[in-house]
Design a protein around this ligand. Structure first.
Ligand code: FAD
Length: 317
């Protein structure tokens, strides 16, 4: 079922979340062990992230460095299919521009279609670890909007090979990313919202936000999007703080602010067990306020750990 149809049916705020596929060499069972308790809250869908290739350097016995291209977390498609099979719930794989040719993307979308997956989140992806700036694959999509257009084309039966006849059309519902605190490369929030609007005009059906710790930023973002003419659902993304180290890591990776009140309380914590509890309580307050404001879905970034998300879901759903 399409996320947009699900959202229309929803009467009370629902619990959804995002997971990462396992690291290469790890069992799918570890994912299921994390998911099992969360399924009690009947998530209508679960997102699974995609991870681009990385270039690593291995020192050889002769002292030379060997360059290797590796994908540390493959398996997004397989995990999506396994979750659908095991729990009978919708899965939403993320699809990236970075590191993929349009041909590879088309083949991935065909696989997803054959598996009965009807929803994807279309993303540009970040720069590769060895790059300073994002560089698209030379035969790939440069921005998420280009990927949205490719998916829309496939939804109309238009493949890259124009000579194909009597083609099957896919029927993907497309989510895209939005940034209440601005994407870090955008010169201003207004410019970023204009780019977001262009993604919606190109065919995106809904938006999922970057994580945030201050609801006023989400509410202001939604207001700005609406004023700019963006009418699609905007699903808030939440992540509970769980370690002191995240006070510096989260702003660095996700380019988000952590409110002073939360920072001060986290610094006072004696250990990470206390920080985790603080993060749970903060996230419960955020969730309650968002739920009471009428958002149809709360989307949690579980990062593969379910304990704190379980505590939050128990208090809200
Ligand atoms: P875009 O929408 O392409 O925007 C990127 C930047 O380009 C923005 O600054 C935008 O303002 C600007 N821009 C857009 N169009 C134009 C234009 N025409 N001209 C000039 N500038 C333009 N990363 C992963 O690797 N895997 C994942 O699974 C993943 N999941 C995510 C899920 C969510 C909900 C979010 C919020 C992020 C996720 N990311 C993921 C991270 C994401 O890939 C990065 O934030 C990335 O840097 C931007 O992706 P985007 O799709 O927002 O890019």
């Amino acid at each position: 079922m399409k996320i947009t149809d699900l959202l229309q049916e929803i009467k009370e705020c629902q619990f959804t979340f995002e997971i990462l596929p396992p690291l290469k060499g790890q069992k799918a069972q570890e994912i299921f062990d994390n998911l099992d308790p969360l399924m009690e809250f009947k998530p209508p869908f679960i997102d699974v992230t995609y991870h681009r290739e990385e270039t690593i350097y291995k020192r050889l016995d002769n002292g030379l460095l060997q360059e290797k291209v590796v994908r540390k977390r493959p398996g997004t498609v397989g995990i999506c299919a396994a979750i659908m099979h095991r729990y009978d719930t919708e899965t939403v794989p993320h699809v990236l521009c970075g590191g993929f040719s349009k041909e590879e993307t088309e083949n991935l979308l065909i696989d997803l279609n054959f598996l009965g997956i009807e929803n994807v989140v279309a993303l540009r992806g970040d720069q590769a670890k060895h790059e300073s700036y994002f560089t698209p694959h030379r035969e790939g999509n440069a921005f998420a909007i280009d990927l949205v257009r490719q998916i829309k084309d496939l939804n109309q039966g238009n493949y890259l090979d124009e000579d194909l006849q009597n083609t099957m059309s896919t029927n993907f519902c497309i989510g895209v990313a939005g940034y209440p605190e601005k994407h870090f490369e955008a010169p201003s929030l207004n410019t970023d919202i204009e780019h977001l609007k262009a993604k919606v005009e190109a065919g995106a059906d809904y938006i999922v936000t970057q994580l945030f710790f201050d609801n006023s930023k989400y509410f202001a973002f939604v207001d700005k999007c609406r004023a700019a003419g963006i009418t699609v659902p905007i699903i808030p993304g939440l992540k509970p703080l769980s370690t002191k180290r995240q006070l510096s890591i989260l702003p660095q990776i996700f380019h988000v602010d952590i409110p002073d009140e939360l920072v001060i309380q986290a610094i006072k914590c004696k250990d990470n067990a206390q920080v985790k509890q603080l993060g749970i309580e903060w996230c419960i307050q955020q969730s309650k306020e968002l739920r009471d404001a009428g958002v149809p879905v709360l989307h949690y970034y579980s990062m593969g750990k379910s304990h704190n998300i379980y505590e939050i879901a128990s208090a809200i759903f």
